[in-house]
Design a protein around this ligand. Structure first.
Ligand SMILES: Nc1ncnc2c1ncn2[C@@H]1O[C@H](COP(=O)(O)OP(=O)(O)OP(=O)(O)O)[C@@H](O)[C@H]1O
Ligand SMILES: [Mg+2]
Length: 390
């Protein structure tokens, strides 16, 4: 007979069991419950049990440690109060709402601290009462792991860049080859007419070579990366300075700027030069999206140990099918764009251990949000070059 069958049987006969036996069963039960709790607390994965209203019914000690939960997190707390990282909360809430299970999905969170998590969510619909079992393990490992990951990501996007550049160089090269052949033939018999054709081909070659030169220049600008130099600075000073660089352009285009800075954000560690490059790229994109003028709101917000910088423009917006591509190298919808701007922004924010989010509606404007961890010590960050010397 299983333990639950045994308990069911006792429960059905409870009025017929004498007091002494009942006491014995109860003590035994309390001991077993304590033992099970102990087992749950010893396992290395975080475990959380929820009902379908997202109320927390149980958490083990590991889960409490992972999310800095108050020790007595149990009844009446809901998932929203326990998971501080919004993208993770959104993933779990959506899955619960759709009754969709998640198996061993890797997820990177910034709150309550940067971690790489492995998540499993099981939906036990047919149990009485039905429940949801969330298990989370921390894959972050050592600080070195994180650095290795950043290096790998950088390397991968560099490969993406190289593939893009190879593709871009292909077209002008083809046409240079064709026109050189045409030139050879034309020069053989130099009648006035042929000379004209030859000169035309020469012009094409000159133009195409200039285009190649431009592609290489842009590529080198993106690829040539100085070592990061982190300084403790006030992000608001940087935002004000960067806006003032763009002031003449903004004025010309009749774009108003509205800044709202959260005074709770302290000076923190970032590379001012790289961060300015990122902010400038986002502002430039906003101006391109508002050719007939508009409003650019820049507002900052402190959320736990994160600094959020929102850039909201009242521009043309980005259609849904384009959104997933905007951070790709060479993706552009502008005639004179190179499509490297947002890829560079993404790189810079990743190097700072942050994240960039975008929300947009066609005609409803676009919001880019840069999320940066507020760090004061040079821990977990790639070391500035000067500190590597003994
Ligand atoms: N604020 C915005 N509003 C509307 N569309 C935008 C906005 N920001 C970016 N985009 C879209 O994303 C595309 C990619 O932007 P990205 O900055 O990478 O390249 P680009 O601006 O076209 O060229 P450049 O390399 O000169 O920056 C843009 O071409 C545009 O279609
Ligand atoms: Mg751009």
């Amino acid at each position: 007979m299983s333990a639950t069958e045994f308990l069911d049987r006792i429960a059905s006969r409870i009025d017929r069991i004498d007091r002494k036996n009942l006491e014995h069963y109860l003590l035994d039960l309390a001991q077993k419950t304590k033992f099970i709790q102990l087992l749950f607390d010893r396992i290395s994965e975080g475990v959380m049990v929820l009902n379908f209203e997202k109320e927390i019914l149980f958490t083990n000690r590991r889960m409490v440690q992972l999310f800095n939960l108050p020790e007595n997190t149990a009844q009446k707390k809901i998932l929203e109060q326990a998971i501080p990282d919004e993208p993770l909360l959104a993933l779990l809430s959506k899955a619960i709402h759709e009754r969709r299970e998640i198996f061993q999905e890797e997820f990177e969170v910034l709150l309550p601290r940067p971690m790489i998590l492995n998540i499993t969510l099981l939906i036990e619909k047919n149990e009485a009462p039905p429940f949801i079992l969330l298990t989370i393990s921390n894959l972050t490992g050592t600080e070195m792991d994180i650095r290795e990951r950043f290096k790998l990501e950088n390397w991968e996007s560099m490969l993406g860049l190289a593939a893009g550049i190879a593709h871009e160089i292909g077209n002008p090269l083809n046409s240079i080859t064709i026109h050189t052949k045409l030139l050879e033939q034309a020069f053989k018999k130099l009648t006035a007419d042929d000379r004209k054709k030859a000169i035309r081909s020469l012009e094409v070659i000159t133009d195409e070579t200039a285009r190649l030169d431009q592609i290489i220049r842009n590529f080198l600008r993106a690829a040539r990366r100085k070592p990061l130099r982190f300084e403790v600075e006030q992000i608001h000073d940087l935002l004000t300075k960067t806006v003032s660089i763009e002031k003449p352009e903004l004025k010309k285009l009749k774009i108003r700027i509205q800044s709202e800075f959260d005074k709770k954000i302290p000076p923190f560690l970032f590379d001012p030069e790289r961060m300015q490059q990122a902010v400038l790229n986002i502002i430039k994109n906003a101006t391109h999206a508002m050719p007939k003028g508009g409003l650019l709101k820049i507002h900052t917000e402190k959320k736990e140990k994160l600094c959020l910088i929102h850039f909201h423009d009242s521009g043309v917006g980005i259609p849904g099918h384009i959104l997933p591509k905007i951070f790709d190298a060479y993706y552009t919808t502008r005639e004179e764009g190179s499509g490297l701007g947002l890829m560079i922004v993404y790189q810079i924010i990743r190097e700072h251990g942050g994240r960039i989010e975008v929300a947009s509606r066609p005609k409803g404007g676009t919001t880019f949000t840069i999320i940066l961890p507020i760090r004061l010590e040079k821990l977990r960050l790639p070391e500035p070059e000067k500190e590597k010397k003994p």
